[in-house]
Design a protein around this ligand. Structure first.
Ligand code: C2E
Ligand code: MG
Ligand code: MG
Ligand code: MG
Length: 292
C-alpha cells in the first residue's frame, strides 16, 4: 500500500487508497484480540421439521461482541478474517464451541436434543491439508460421532482445486455431511452437486422471499415457486435432503410444505438464539411433551 513517512514522522495516507488498508489492518488486529479475549460468541438457529415443528438440528452462526462497537455481524468481519488468514482460528473456535454445546444438549435432552449442528466453512479452511484430521479430532474430543456434524459450504468456497476435492471426499468418507448453502444463487450450482459429495441442499432465501404472495407480482412468485419446486425434486431424485432458508411467515412455510419441503429455517420458526436461550426453549418443549 502506498504510504510515506512525512517530515514529522507521521504516516501519511493517499486519499481513498490507504484508508481501507488501515481499516483492514485495524480490523485484523482487533479480530486477533477478539479471539484471544473471548469476544466471539456462537448463536444457534434451529432447523425445524415443517410438519411437527421439532428442532431437528441447528446452524451455528458467529457473533462478535465488540467492546466499543457492540454486536458485529459476520458479514462485517468474516471477509476480513478470510483475507488475514484468521479464519482458520475463527473456524476452529466455532467448531469447538459448537461441538461442546451439541454434546451438552445431547447429554441433557437425549432424543429431544437437536440431532446435528451445521457449521459454515470458508474456502481457505478447505485448502488446509490438516482440516479433516482437525474436524475428526474435535468431534472425537467431545464424544460426538461424525453424523452429528454438517459442514455448510457455498459455491465460492468449493470452486476448483484438488486439495479441496480431497478434503470434501475425506469428510464424506468419514461420515461428516456436506451441505450446499445458498443453493440456487451460484452460477454452477448443478455442476457442483456432481463435483462433490453433497448430502443437503439449502434453498437460498431469495427463492423463499415472496413465494407466498397471492396477487402483487404473480410472475415473480411463479418463478420462485418453480425454482423451489425444482430444487426439492432434484434433491429427492438424488437422495439429498432439502432445507428452505429464510422463512419469515407461516404463509411461506405453508407454501414450502406444499412444494414438498420437510425442513426449514428462518425467523418465523426461530431467530438464531444464544446457547442459554435455546436450552430454555428445549427444556420447555420437553416439559410440554412429558407433561411435567
Ligand atoms: P448463511 O450460512 O446463509 O446463514 C444464514 C443467514 O441468514 C444468517 O445470517 C441468519 O441469521 C440469517 N437468517 C436466518 N433466517 C432468516 C430470516 O428468516 N430472515 C432473514 N432476513 N435472515 C435470516 P448471519 O448470522 O448474519 O450470517 C451471515 C453469513 O455469514 C452466513 O450465511 C454465513 O455465510 C456466514 N457465517 C456465519 N457464521 C460463520 C462462521 O462461523 N464461519 C464462516 N466461515 N461463515 C459464517
Ligand atoms: Mg449457512
Ligand atoms: Mg445460507
Ligand atoms: Mg447466506
Amino acid at each position: 500500500a502506498a504510504k510515506q513517512r512525512g517530515k514529522a514522522g507521521y504516516v501519511r495516507f493517499l486519499p481513498g487508497m490507504a484508508e481501507p488498508v488501515l481499516a483492514h489492518m485495524r480490523l485484523g488486529g482487533e479480530l486477533r484480540r477478539a479471539l484471544d479475549q473471548d469476544e466471539l460468541e456462537v448463536v444457534y438457529q434451529p432447523i425445524v421439521a415443517l410438519d411437527t415443528g421439532r428442532v431437528v438440528g441447528v446452524e451455528s452462526l458467529v457473533r462478535w461482541n465488540h467492546p466499543e462497537r457492540g454486536l458485529v455481524m459476520p458479514g462485517d468481519f468474516i471477509p476480513a478474517a478470510e483475507r488475514t488468514g484468521l479464519i482458520a482460528d475463527l473456524g476452529r473456535f466455532v467448531l469447538d464451541r459448537t461441538c461442546r454445546q451439541l454434546a451438552a444438549w445431547l447429554a441433557e435432552f437425549g432424543p429431544a436434543a437437536p440431532g446435528h449442528a451445521g457449521v459454515n466453512v470458508s474456502a481457505r479452511q478447505l485448502h488446509d491439508p490438516g482440516f479433516v484430521a482437525h474436524v475428526l479430532a474435535t468431534l472425537d474430543g467431545h464424544g460426538l460421532t461424525s453424523d452429528r456434524l454438517v459442514l455448510e459450504l457455498t459455491e465460492s468456497a468449493v470452486l476448483r482445486g484438488s486439495q479441496v476435492s480431497r478434503t470434501l471426499h475425506d469428510l464424506d468418507q468419514a461420515g461428516v455431511r456436506l451441505a450446499l448453502d445458498d443453493f440456487g444463487t451460484g452460477e454452477s450450482s448443478l455442476s457442483l452437486l456432481r463435483a462433490f459429495p453433497t448430502a443437503i441442499v439449502k434453498l437460498d432465501k431469495s427463492f423463499v422471499d415472496g413465494i407466498e404472495i397471492d396477487d402483487a407480482d404473480a410472475a415473480a412468485r411463479d418463478a420462485r415457486q418453480a425454482v423451489a419446486r425444482a430444487v426439492v425434486q432434484l434433491a429427492g431424485a438424488l437422495g439429498l435432503e432439502a432445507v428452505a432458508e429464510g422463512i419469515e411467515s407461516e404463509a411461506q412455510a405453508e407454501q414450502l410444505r406444499a412444494l414438498g419441503y420437510c425442513f426449514g429455517q428462518g425467523y418465523h420458526l426461530s431467530r438464531p438464539l444464544s446457547a442459554t436461550a435455546l436450552t430454555t426453549l428445549l427444556s420447555s418443549r420437553q416439559r410440554a411433551l412429558t407433561g411435567g
